[in-house]
Write a protein that binds this ligand. Sequence first.
Ligand SMILES: [Zn+2]
Length: 191
Amino acid sequence: MSEQEILDIFKKSGALLTGHFLLTSGRHSNKYFQCAKVLQYSNYTELLCKMIADKFRNTEIDTVIAPAIGGLVVGQEIARQLNKRFIFAEREDKKLTLRRGFTLDENEKVLVCEDVVTTGGSVFEVIDIIKSNKAKVVGVGFIVDRSNGKVDFSFPQISALKMEVVSYQPDDCPLCREDIELVKPGSRKLK
Ligand SMILES: [Zn+2]
């Protein structure tokens, strides 16, 4: 799929909105992205995850792992396409950990998957879990790279789409100057 085809899927599913948005950081942006909106549709999930699965099809993998909650759908689908085991890490006392009896064996080959990477914090935490179990990271796959090319996991990594994040200070926002209505994502005004 081309970048334009991927963007079209995001727009059609309402995952990518254009307008004037108040981000959780307090900054303003002309775009708002919510990956979960595209993952509502299993056909889109399948297409996007195939881009990542194909990249690792010739890599030796025992297990796919993802951090909850965002990575669950993506990790599960990539594991399904590669016909591998899927487990997830979840937060306990704010720290990602393996629960529910999930384990990793020494030297087990593990692919890390995630939906969106901005700073890469959750992925780095999962990499630490893999290393602490003496298992091996074979790669990292994620749908959207919002790090502006800054995140490097030091393993083979691939994203389906790189999405540049442009945001403004509220007191220096061109959209405010144009008097475009500011919308807080998640509010009912969003369609
Ligand atoms: Zn503004």
